[in-house]
Design a protein around this ligand. Structure first.
Ligand code: SAM
Ligand code: SF4
Length: 322
């Protein structure tokens, strides 16, 4: 549906859990983590109920995220059920990929169209450091398996000063021989990332140009918040999601539901509504639908990252659902 700013909101990101098998330095604290009680998390039937209501509001595309969505026991069944919801045309997941190995075909058969994989380096030791323990070899195998099955793959890379800026060229080069996209996501000052130093995407672009010829040196496409270009003769594209340096809120097409069932109108702000409690208190579908439509219609105009604002969301990224 169209919101008050005239934006077409057709994309829902829904977090299935705050639990993760990794502890990436920009996303989660190293220790002292308490995950949410199971009963606070949206149950499978509640997830499907919300997707059905959202579809009635014009949502066509659903992405399952987290925490790590693959740690959710019934994720395959959830995908199958979402796949059957009238109006939902595409289902994606965002994952670190480690728990996907060997299950790629099952996910395709369940209706999964594409996978975004977080990968910030091609060096095994750096990967272990950033993720605090992950095995890069598994991720690379999963990427190849997904591509062999014809599942769309996009790599999400967050570049942090002093940690992986020397990996920008290697990451971009993944697109040369594989038909997949690599997107550089600017570090957002959320949760664990507040003490890290971001690298702007303009700088990332400059570094790519030092090692590769970018097709016509111009942007060849825009899709949602990502702007895409291409290394000359490469099979895949290179994308830039520049939430900080190039505010893309005017083309925002999404809403989020956290694993606790809170409808978030914008990644930055704490505005929204606790849909889970409304469902558990027995609110009927017509009333829920009206509330959801109202929240979508009234999405904030834009984020205000970097400024201390009293209404900003102070949760960690794994809790919100990145
Ligand atoms: N565990 C899954 C994964 O890593 O893909 C899904 C959840 S993760 C929170 C989703 C995305 O958020 C990842 O691509 C990750 O790189 C990104 N992310 C996490 N913290 C971030 C931050 N502070 N700034 C920018 N992106 C962040
Ligand atoms: Fe886990 Fe994804 Fe956060 Fe890394 S970015 S800690 S894989 S939720």
């Amino acid at each position: 549906m169209i919101d008050k700013q005239g934006r077409n909101i057709e994309y829902l990101r829904i977090s299935l859990t705050d639990v993760c098998n990794l502890r990436c330095v920009y996303c989660m604290p190293k220790d002292k983590i308490t995950f949410m009680d199971k009963e606070k998390i949206l149950q499978d039937d509640e997830v499907i109920k919300l997707v059905k209501l959202m579809a009635k509001c014009g949502i066509k595309k659903v992405r399952l995220t987290g925490g790590e969505p693959l740690t959710r026991k019934n994720i395959l069944k959830i995908i199958e059920d979402i796949h059957r919801v009238p109006g939902i045309e595409e289902i994606y997941i965002t994952t670190n990929a480690l728990l996907l190995e060997g299950k790629e075909r099952e996910f395709k058969e369940a209706g999964l169209k594409g996978v975004n994989i977080s990968l910030d380096t091609l060096k095994e030791a750096t990967y272990r450091d950033i993720t605090r323990g992950g095995d890069l070899k598994i991720v690379l195998r999963v990427i190849d398996n997904l591509l062999d099955l014809g599942i769309k793959v996009k790599v999400n890379s967050v570049i942090i000063a002093g940690i992986n800026e020397d990996e920008i060229l290697n990451l971009a080069a993944l697109t040369i021989n594989k038909k997949m996209d690599v997107r550089f996501i600017e570090l957002m000052p959320i949760g664990a990332a507040k003490d890290l130093t971001p690298i702007t995407n303009n700088k990332v672009k400059e570094i790519i140009k030092q090692g590769h010829v970018l097709e016509d040196e111009k942007i060849i496409g825009i899709s949602g918040p990502a702007k895409y270009t291409q290394i000359k003769n490469a099979l895949g594209k290179v994308g830039f999601i520049s939430a900080i340096s190039d505010n893309f809120c005017e083309s925002c097409n999404r809403i989020r539901v956290t694993s606790e069932g809170f409808l978030k109108q914008c990644l930055h702000w704490n505005y929204g509504i606790d849909l889970k409690t409304l469902i558990r208190n027995g609110m009927n579908d017509e009333e829920l639908l009206e509330i959801i439509k109202d929240k979508i219609y009234n999405k904030p105009i834009k984020h205000s990252f970097g400024k201390e604002e009293k209404d900003k969301d102070n949760r960690f990224m794994n809790e919100i659902g990145g």
